[in-house]
Design a protein around this ligand. Structure first.
Ligand code: FES
Ligand code: FES
Length: 183
């Protein structure tokens, strides 16, 4: 093997993924191009927008700002791994739909990652905590309030996911949102 290549084993969404990469391969390129996980978006590519956010060992990181080799041996969760299973939505994903917390959707994977990281640590965040958690993610469309509302809704007592295909008798992979398939 060429000395200019490196072998990595990164656990992505619960599955160990061994791959040979160039040392300069960013984590976001590894996810999108080597694994086909295109849910993680590329925006600014220099750490400003947050569209490329993923969880690394449970903490949100900018995947455009680190190399795949830096994640060797570590665990990564992408937006595709946030839902409990294929065809289902997480509470936060479902609440995003309910409060119209996305328009173009470009920021949404990063926003969801940031919100999941928050709720993992703070199950019932107040508005200030929510705004602080998404403060590193840019959205050009929503004005942010609907995103804050989504997290409040998802963490409110008794909130039940409504968008699961199973619950609605829809085919597996359907989100329950007209025209939107899940995965
Ligand atoms: S694409 Fe990584 S922070 Fe913008
Ligand atoms: S929904 Fe368009 S950038 Fe956030």
């Amino acid at each position: 093997m060429s000395s200019s290549l490196a072998t990595v084993e990164i656990k992505v969404n619960g599955v160990i993924q061994p791959r040979v990469v160039e040392p300069r391969t960013t984590l976001v390129d590894f996810l999108r191009e080597h694994l086909g996980l295109t849910g993680t978006h590329v925006g600014c590519e220099h750490g400003i927008c947050g569209a490329c956010s993923v969880l690394l060992e449970g903490d949100p990181v900018r995947s455009c700002c680190m190399f795949a080799v830096q994640a060797d041996g570590l665990s990564v969760t992408t937006v595709e791994g946030l839902a409990p299973q294929r065809g289902c939505l997480s509470r936060i994903q479902d609440a995003f739909c309910e409060t119209h917390a996305l328009q173009c959707g470009y920021c949404t994977p990063g926003m969801l990652v940031a919100c999941h990281a928050l709720v993992d640590r703070t199950p019932h965040p107040d508005e200030a905590q929510i705004r602080d958690a998404i403060g590193g993610n840019l959205c050009r469309c929503t004005g942010y309030q609907q995103i804050v509302d989504a997290v409040k809704l998802a963490t409110s007592p008794g909130y039940e996911v409504r968008g699961n295909s199973e619950a609605q008798g829809l085919p597996p992979g359907h989100t329950g949102i007209p025209g939107v398939a899940n995965g």
